[in-house]
Design a protein around this ligand. Structure first.
Ligand code: ZN
Ligand code: ZN
Length: 366
């Protein structure tokens, strides 16, 4: 176990104190809210990336110019880039979630690893995107905290799963092949974690874990960075169930997922995405029984419809989650794909006054 001191003891203690008192509210989807703006390629690029490459950066020895080969790279859909090119939009989304009742907001950094950014030829931006993503979330939290000083708001620095999986082959004809190694993932996550910490994250969350080996690489990297700076932040882990048999993509049940990561002693373990609240319930129930730490859950707004959208209303989703709370399953709750500030508002209202799950004192079986 990591025994380094907290990087910011006051905030870490405030978070622990809040968790002991009530169910904390995590924000909802970033992507769903960005979609509402119907942004164009030009919006994504802003002035700095107007030509499709970063005007402030070139590989050593390379000079950008007509025909240099980097112009015109598509950035539409690169939501994390908006932290640099449309920070107004990202800040406003954070503000809306905080106004809706979120205690914790997630940074706009889901794809800010060198692995995911390589798809946009912007892997050099890892540190900057993570730092700025955390800074925007921090500023939004600070602004609302100034109005309600007795209710601290926290920044969750998000480390996404990347599109590569370390424990499975993407090629059915070459089962031993891996598109990425543990060390490559760890190297990528180290740089992301450094940026999130520099930008002022209160917590780091390894999120939407579909491959436990990827999560282990992220957690290993986080520990390295804590050693580098001589201090640590609370860490949360949230997995995703990807098939009807109730397993992650790398084949684990929720229980196996917990036992393979519990040595990290995270602040919270949970599940998010892929399913709506109803279908996640049995798996959250398992975590609530086996995990001697806080349990989180941020489901999608139901299952995707025929158009890839999400239909579950704020009231319906909140009603399902009310039962989670009444059954003593959760300590933190929020929304993933398809959720909006309206969903978070409904969830926050319904959770008010409901007691948080009591963390069980389990005998050490390790
Ligand atoms: Zn160029
Ligand atoms: Zn999701």
């Amino acid at each position: 176990m990591n025994t380094l001191p907290w990087k910011n003891p006051q905030r870490a203690n405030a978070l622990h104190a809040a968790l002991a008192q009530r169910i904390l509210i995590i924000d909802g989807a970033m992507g769903t809210m960005i979609q509402r703006h119907e942004l164009t390629e030009a919006d994504y690029r802003g002035t700095r990336f107007a030509n499709g490459f970063d005007a402030l950066f070139a590989q050593e020895g390379h000079h950008h110019g007509p025909g240099c080969g980097c112009e015109g790279h598509d950035q539409r859909g690169n939501n994390d880039l908006l932290s640099l090119t449309r920070p107004d939009i990202i800040s406003e989304i954070h503000r809306q979630y905080l106004q809706a009742g979120a205690d914790l907001v997630e940074t706009n950094t889901f794809n800010s690893t060198s692995i995911s950014l390589a798809d946009y030829r912007l892997q050099h931006l890892v540190r900057e995107l993570n730092r700025e993503g955390a800074r925007l979330a921090r500023a939004a939290c600070d602004a609302i905290e100034a109005q309600t000083p007795t209710q601290p708001r926290f920044v969750i620095g998000v480390l996404g799963p990347t599109s590569r999986t370390a424990s499975l082959s993407p090629d059915v004809n070459r089962p031993g092949f891996r598109a990425i190694t543990f060390n490559e993932l760890a190297e990528a996550y180290r740089e992301s974690a450094r940026g999130l910490i520099e930008g002022g994250a209160d917590v780091l969350m390894v999120e939407t874990v579909f491959d436990t080996l990827n999560a282990k690489a992220a957690l290993f990297a986080i520990d390295d960075v804590f050693d580098e700076i001589g201090a640590r932040l609370p860490v949360m882990i949230s997995g995703t169930i990807t098939d009807a048999s109730g397993r992650t993509l790398s084949g684990q049940t929720a229980e196996a997922f917990w036992y393979s990561l519990r040595h990290v002693q995270p602040l919270a373990i949970g599940l998010n995405c892929a399913l709506g609240a109803k279908d996640l319930r049995q798996h959250v129930d398992v975590l609530a029984q086996v995990a001697d730490t806080y349990v989180s859950c941020h489901p999608n707004a139901g299952l995707p419809n025929a158009f890839g959208g999400y239909d579950e209303t704020p009231e319906d989703m909140a009603e399902v989650l009310r039962e989670f709370a009444q059954s003593g399953l959760i300590n933190l709750v929020g929304g993933c794909c398809g959720t909006t500030p309206e969903h978070i508002h409904a969830i926050a209202n319904i959770m008010r006054g409901l007691p948080p799950r009591v963390v069980p004192q389990l005998e050490d079986v390790a």
